[in-house]
Design a protein around this ligand. Structure first.
Ligand code: E4P
Length: 217
């Protein structure tokens, strides 16, 4: 299981990549929140040897191809991320033949997942918290789809998305190939109270060990 930092904030992204995140994913709301220039953002991260997704939103099939071409011009390695729709599945099929990777996002149930898999999508973004807001067990969804993918040998990778709690993060780890993780949850791992108190104790004791060593020298 690998982490994709779910953010358009440069500081968060850089921190996450430095501690081992395998890639960067965001969505239009995150680009807007951070006020980033979309194409500059892609240019800044496309050559870092990471998995980078670019959300492509379009009004119709032709517009979809036009928007995606602008991204592909920056790099053929950027994964084109598309909202689940008939146009997106058609596009995913087309891109499979051209060797361009696609991710289908806003996937909320098994039927949508199977349709996207059959269309040839490389990644599925399965939404946990947003599903739970409507009373659907988002973690169970990932568990079930991962069983199907594994038993049938599909190549599609599962990304657990809409992860907002430590519990969702831990549970999704068991079944997803990637987790789109907000930096807040990555950072939380550094503040476990027993890690913090244990580190303080080790630091104090180490100081004493070194002081004793110096006194004996
Ligand atoms: C994934 O593509 C999305 O950026 C993200 O996981 C959505 O999370 P949210 O439901 O907390 O907005």
């Amino acid at each position: 299981m690998k982490y994709l930092i779910d953010s358009a904030n440069y500081t968060e992204i850089d921190q996450a990549l430095r501690v081992g995140a395998a890639g960067v994913t965001a969505n239009p709301s995150l680009y807007l929140k951070e006020n980033v220039s979309f194409y500059d953002f892609l240019k800044d991260y496309h050559d870092k040897n990471i998995l980078l997704t670019a959300e492509v939103i379009a009004d119709d099939d032709e517009d979809l191809v036009r928007q995606a071409e602008k991204v592909i011009e920056i790099s053929k390695d950027i994964v084109i991320k598309l909202n689940y729709s008939a146009a997106s599945l058609k596009f995913a099929r087309l891109m499979q033949e051209k060797g361009i990777k696609t991710a289908i996002t806003l996937v909320f149930d098994i039927n949508q997942a199977m349709m996207a898999i059959n269309a040839g999508a490389d990644y599925l973004f399965l939404f946990v918290a947003r599903n739970e807001e409507i009373g659907v067990d988002g973690l169970e969804l990932i568990r079930n789809i991962s069983r199907i993918v594994e038993s049938k040998g599909y190549h599609t990778k599962l990304v657990a998305a809409s992860i907002r709690t430590k519990y969702q993060l831990e549970s999704a780890t068991l079944f997803a190939d990637y987790i789109a993780v907000p930096y807040r949850l990555m950072e939380e791992t550094f503040h476990h109270p027993l890690t913090v108190s244990g580190a303080d104790r080790f630091a104090d004791d180490m100081k004493k060990v070194l002081d004793t060593g110096e006194a004996l020298a």
